[in-house]
Design a protein around this ligand. Structure first.
Ligand SMILES: Cc1ncc(COP(=O)(O)O)c(C=O)c1O
Length: 430
């Protein structure tokens, strides 16, 4: 088969080079950590033009910084967006997206199969702003349409959804978003752009917890917002005030009119990051950039190891079920071929025949695989939600959240797969 012609560098090249050039003043080949709060203006006119958004440049690290800018260019290129914004965490990215889109009293529809922290953020923290979530079922695209009301301003879902291994039909949800003229926001943390590019299925905005597979080494918290440049803010029947109305803090400038297909990223920076403040530290931006350089290689190995572990566990007598879309008889296998054909990710759940007690014993018995609340590390990780993240819920609530007493979530790392399997086996033998 002939390779499709491409108009620019390919993904693996972008992962290493996009956004970066040798440092103009020193020639440093690796992007330096610009560990500074602020930047000297050339003169008073230069300062005035930066503050008036008439020129792009560095003012203060809460709003932008050269190390962050390289990370932003890299993430935007990998996701196929027009611009990106790097922020302090995945949750900060989500907050700034909704802060930019919503007014008090507005609603958005979200698939309920989300990272638990996002469910909390939407259900509780957002209530304080009177931003209201209507829940849909990520495994049933039609339920998103049913939940839309005249107050709905956006649709939100994950590409590969929690608690692990659910592949979401982004194309179907994207079509519903288009039909109702709503921006589709996709959290692409679990897939990373190596496995899935939500823009190709109709996403207008992509958010990331860079903390996970993008950074890849479990050493830094960070987040990103990608503006796909696809949503027509000016032509929309909905009124996104931050984007279309004269902005009092920028002399009446209208952001969508001035910045066109990257206006959303600008709005998140100049109204969100400037005023709410969750900036990423330059050191973290640097570490995440280094991680992204090996994203393609790591994701290939993550997926290969995850499939081998899932296949092994499927046959294990102590395991009742394995929920991994990479397995041919899994109910999400066909969607995996459509949405993320290069791999089904590395986070999945298993059910232990022994229930709650077996779950606790199993995580305690592991020697190499770490028991902790994270995913997307080089190291293999495990958590038993019922005794940790979901312990405050009733049995019924846990079941609905996909975190029943018997459920264990695995994030398969980059170690030799035989060693991962050996550690899981010795803990299961207990
Ligand atoms: C899918 C997903 N989205 C968002 C987040 C939040 O990211 P952060 O911890 O970087 O704020 C997480 C964290 O686990 C996550 O797994």
């Amino acid at each position: 088969m002939q390779e499709k012609p491409v108009s620019g560098p390919r993904f693996d090249t972008l992962a290493i080079h996009a956004g970066a050039t040798p440092d103009p003043s020193t020639g440093a080949r690796v992007t330096p950590i610009y560990q500074t709060t602020s930047f000297v203006f050339n003169d008073a006119d230069h300062a005035a033009s930066l503050f008036g958004l008439e020129a792009f440049g560095n003012i203060y690290t809460r709003i932008g910084n050269p190390t962050q800018s390289v990370l932003e260019g890299r993430v935007a290129a990998l996701e196929g967006g027009t611009a990106a914004l790097a922020v302090a965490s995945g949750h900060a990215a989500q907050f700034l997206v909704f802060h930019t889109l919503l007014e008090t009293g507005d609603e958005f529809v979200a698939g309920r199969q989300l990272y638990g922290g996002s469910v909390n953020q939407f259900n509780h923290a957002f209530k304080k702003f009177n931003w209201n979530v209507a829940w849909a079922d990520s495994t049933d695209p039609a339920s998103f349409e049913t939940a839309i009301t005249p107050k709905t301003r956006a649709i939100y879902c994950e590409s590969i959804a929690n608690p692990g291994g659910i592949i979401v039909d982004l194309a179907a949800i994207g079509a519903i978003a288009k039909k109702h003229n709503l921006p589709l926001i996709v959290d692409n943390t679990m897939a990373s752009p190596y496995l899935c590019r939500p823009r190709e299925f109709g996403a207008d905005i992509v958010v990331h917890s860079l903390t996970k597979f993008m950074a890849g080494h479990g050493n830094s918290i960070g987040g990103a917002i990608v503006d796909c440049g696809t949503y027509d803010w000016l032509g929309s029947k909905h009124r996104y005030k931050t984007l279309v109305e004269p902005n009092a803090s920028y002399n009446g400038m209208k952001l969508a009119e001035t910045f066109g297909n990257f206006a959303f990223a600008i709005a998140c920076r100049v109204m969100g990051l400037r005023d709410m403040g969750p900036a990423i530290a330059p050191m973290n931006a640097f570490l995440i950039l280094n991680g992204i350089e090996t994203l393609p290689l790591r994701m290939q190995r993550h997926c290969e190891n995850a499939l081998a572990v899932a296949r092994h566990l499927e046959q294990h007598p102590a395991i009742a079920w394995v929920q991994y879309a990479g397995l041919p008889d899994n109910k999400y296998h066909q969607l995996h071929k459509k949405i993320c054909p290069k791999g089904a990710g590395a986070v999945f759940t298993i059910g232990l025949k022994g229930g709650y007690d077996a779950g606790v014993k199993f995580v305690q018995g592991l020697k190499m695989v770490s028991h902790l609340a994270n995913i997307g590390d080089t190291r293999s990780l495990v958590i038993h939600p019922a005794s940790t993240t979901h312990r405050q819920l009733t049995d019924e609530q846990r079941k609905t959240a996909g975190a029943g007493n018997e459920v264990v979530r695995l994030s398969i790392g980059l170690e030799d797969k035989a060693d991962i399997i050996a550690d899981l086996d010795q803990a299961l033998a207990r």
